[in-house]
Design a protein around this ligand. Structure first.
Ligand code: WQD
Length: 357
């Protein structure tokens, strides 16, 4: 791919080698932005960026293997460019892992946010789009969940995302030059239509759809269905799944909106479809897409799980001008196609016995 021409806007993407980050890099390149990626490669490889460049037929400006927690290394990247905005994906994201290792989650996620925003202030970069999560809401008090819903995370991962949001809110209150968009993701799934990038953890996935697709390629024996007696239409958990490509486009819209003159300087938007689907509906969609059967093991509910989590996305629709385009069939089909064509590719690096797998 050709090297990007000097672009009017240069965007720094932290965690740009990851699942959502790489899909965002594709759209930033396709929109003509200059893109710089920092990633510590603790849970990804640069293969996803190479593939993102192939999809967009444009190259990023540069990649730096840097942790956002390494403030000095981050400074050295900020010295190279005049960034128009920062999109901050880098962080740890496993609820289960956060329960057993909260200190790593607070130092990585909250420490990383403080380090990044400090360097932004030092270099006069004030536009930030942050990858937050519906986990900050905890168990729903009402449905669908809007941005005014009480914030009551139930695990260290959710607490760390809440604290990152609070850092941003307090910084915006203290310094009106900042412009921040907090995007609360519901359940991102799916893959780019090229099947070149997608969600493909090498270690056993925690989330539903990557687990199902690994069962479909026989990397896992069966899907455990966590709870079949929930108060839902079919007894299985209901979630608000959103296509990763739709999710990525919300970040580009957020960068644009942050460039507009507004009264406020800190915005919070739910990124979901407002439509819930059950575990069994996702299973059926995967069986239809793959023309295979997903073996099931009906199991007790997972600790901390709840029956329904569905977004009210009307604020993102009206203020961000963002709407989900893809339905559940395309979300599941694209995830299956990615898994099918990349049965062994691992973008998420993990270590077995000390050797890189
Ligand atoms: C979805 C549904 C499970 C796996 C989590 C994080 C959240 C966000 C998205 C980062 C539930 C059921 C799952 C399986 C199953 N991540 N399930 N068998 O728990 O809604 O949200 O991921 O921001 O922070 O909490 O997503 O995909 O784990 O579960 O039955 O093997 O599928 O019980 O009903 P969840 P999930």
């Amino acid at each position: 791919p050709s090297v990007s021409p000097p672009a009017s806007s240069v965007i720094l993407v932290t965690g740009g080698c990851g699942y959502i980050g790489s899909h965002c890099v594709v759209q930033l390149l396709e929109a003509g932005h200059g893109v710089v990626v920092v990633d510590d490669l603790s849970n990804s490889t640069t293969e996803s960026i190479r593939r993102a460049e192939t999809i967009a037929q444009r190259a990023i400006l540069s990649f730096h293997q840097v942790s956002v927690c390494d403030t000095n290394a981050l400074r050295r990247v900020f010295e190279l460019y005049e960034f128009d905005a920062i999109i901050h994906f880098a962080g740890l994201k496993s609820v289960t892992e956060s329960v057993s290792d909260p200190l790593t989650y607070y130092s990585g996620n909250v420490g990383g946010m403080v380090s990044l925003m400090s360097v932004m202030k030092e270099f006069g970069v004030f536009k930030l789009v942050f990858s937050s999560s519906a986990t900050v809401y905890g168990h729903p008090h009402y449905l669908p969940i809007d941005e005014s819903h009480p914030l009551a995370p139930t695990n260290p991962y959710g607490h760390s995302k809440f604290m990152c949001e609070q850092v941003a809110r307090d910084v915006c209150r203290s310094d009106s030059r900042f412009r921040v968009a907090l995007l609360r993701y519901f359940n991102p799934i799916g893959a780019h239509s090229s099947a070149l990038i997608g969600e493909s953890p090498l270690s056993t996935p925690n989330n539903l759809l990557p687990y199902i697709t690994q069962v479909l390629v026989s990397r896992l024996p069966a899907l455990r269905v966590f709870g079949t007696d929930w108060p839902t239409h079919d007894g299985t958990g209901v979630r608000d799944f959103v296509h990763v490509v739709d999710l990525a486009s919300a970040h580009l819209r957020a960068v644009e909106v942050l460039g507009e003159e507004k009264e406020e300087n800190c915005f919070t938007w739910n990124i979901g479809t407002g439509q819930g689907y059950s575990v069994m509906e996702i299973v059926r969609a995967a069986e239809s897409a793959s023309r295979k059967i997903v073996p099931l093991v009906l199991s007790p509910p997972r600790p901390g799980d709840c029956a329904h989590v569905v977004a009210n996305p009307s604020l993102a629709n009206s203020q961000l001008g963002w709407f989900a385009n893809f339905g559940v069939e395309e979300m599941v089909r694209s995830a299956w196609e990615f898994q099918r064509w990349n049965p062994e590719v691992c973008f998420e690096r993990c270590w077995f016995g000390g050797s890189l797998c």
